[in-house]
Design a protein around this ligand. Structure first.
Ligand code: ADP
Ligand code: MG
Ligand code: MG
Length: 379
């Protein structure tokens, strides 16, 4: 296995940790980094997580780790002010290296970082209950709330243009113009469909550029398995902070909804199986708004539904771009995998469009309910 090729004992000596004689085992189901559990053979010592940072995806490791330090320090300060807040359980804790940095570069050019392992927690790949959906909304809403007073200018764009639809459409149009893999003739319908929506999908960016939507600090990978739940299935901690960057709140809302609301998998072959789970949408929205009520502006509230449309659209554009270019970016498991992914995301987009006003009404209703009931939340 891949875990055998690393000199873990050597790597671990560079981190400031307690204990000795460690067992190191692969952990979790993340797709980006390689994650390992580091457990001392003496059970009274703390357990750690060691991660090899994917530096093919993240080129600027200094910028990335700098972001992470700023974000966790800010979160810890805020959590410490909260009644019963526990900044060690609710926020990731980075372990410093002997060189004073928060990562260690080994002689093979791999980048390693370490955090405290959070005991008695679980992450789930799929949302199956309304409680989970609600907790997901609370988690990502609170994350944005706690970071709302950290200046986005301090956070670097670790992946420039990651959620920039203008840039994604430019790449898409280039792929169409070049037709490198000679596949364009097989996807004319999909290309025309996505092109017909391109102007409408520019809304969030336009409002941002006009200063109507504020740039904030967003998570940008709001998958459900980037939340740790405690024994009672309550939110404990938001993890996977690699893509934390300046962004618009609707991006996080939309990307979370993209997976939570879909009853099928992202690359579903049977398009009829793609349906909306409205109760999960409602619960996520309730949880999210309960945390963001105090700072969300009216235009931001209105933008949430735009994010719900934009994120599946952007994913369809990216999958189709890759298909047209001959499958150069995403790993594919069978010949037309990127096309199947494209069609599934287009189908989701179409159903969302059909239900757009219904979903929008839910957001507005929950907002009004919360506004009339809840005292303004302060941490
Ligand atoms: P990736 O970017 O590869 O998704 P993550 O940082 O999300 O990496 O970590 C992968 C998995 O490891 C998570 O989904 C979660 O299950 C687990 N995990 C990550 N950090 C912690 C932690 N501090 N304590 C417990 N489990 C964790
Ligand atoms: Mg993850
Ligand atoms: Mg990640």
């Amino acid at each position: 296995s891949t875990s055998m090729i690393y000199n873990f004992a050597g790597i671990i000596t560079h981190f400031n940790i307690e204990g000795a004689d460690f067992d190191v085992t692969p952990f979790g189901s993340g797709h980006i980094n390689d994650t390992f559990l580091v457990k001392s053979k003496i059970v009274s010592y703390r357990t750690y997580l060691l991660q090899k940072i994917n530096h093919f995806v993240f080129k600027d490791i200094d910028g990335l780790m700098n972001n992470m330090v700023l974000v966790v320090n800010h979160l810890k300060e805020k959590i410490a002010q909260k009644p019963n807040g526990n900044s060690e359980k609710e926020v990731l804790t980075l372990v410093p290296c002997n060189n004073g940095k928060y990562y260690y570069k080994d002689d093979q050019g791999n980048y390693w970082r370490m955090t405290y392992f959070l005991e008695d927690t679980r992450s789930y790949d799929l949302v199956t209950t309304e409680k989970q959906a609600y907790q997901g909304g609370v988690a990502f809403g609170q994350f944005q709330y706690l970071l709302a007073d950290l200046d986005p200018a301090e956070i670097v764009d670790v992946i420039p243009d990651f959620l920039n639809i203008e840039k994604r459409l430019r790449d898409f149009n280039n792929a169409v113009a070049n037709d490198k893999a000679d596949r364009l003739k097989t996807v004319v319908t999909e290309v025309e469909y996505l092109s017909s929506w391109s102007t409408a999908m520019n809304d969030i960016l336009k409002l941002g550029k006009a200063g109507i939507l504020p740039l904030r600090i967003t998570h940008n990978d709001t998958k459900f398995n980037n939340i740790l739940l405690d024994k009672n299935n309550d939110i404990q901690c938001v993890i996977d902070l690699d893509t934390v960057m300046p962004g618009y709140v609707a991006y996080d809302f939309g990307d979370a909804i993209r997976s939570i609301i879909n009853t099928a998998v992202e690359d579903e072959k049977d398009l009829d199986a793609i349906q909306l789970n409205i109760p999960l949408f409602t619960e996520f929205t309730k949880g999210y708004l309960s945390e963001t009520l105090s700072f969300l502006t009216e235009p931001e509230l209105k933008s949430l539904i735009k994010g719900v449309m934009l994120l599946p659209y952007m994913q369809a554009v990216r999958f189709l771009t890759d298909y047209i270019e001959g499958d150069v970016y995403y790993k594919t498991h069978f010949p037309d995998h990127n096309l199947q992914r494209t069609r599934a995301q287009i189908q989701l987009f179409k159903i969302l469009e059909l239900n757009r006003s219904k979903l929008s009404d839910i957001v507005n209703t929950e907002w009004l309910l919360l506004k009339s009931n809840a005292p303004i939340k302060k941490v």
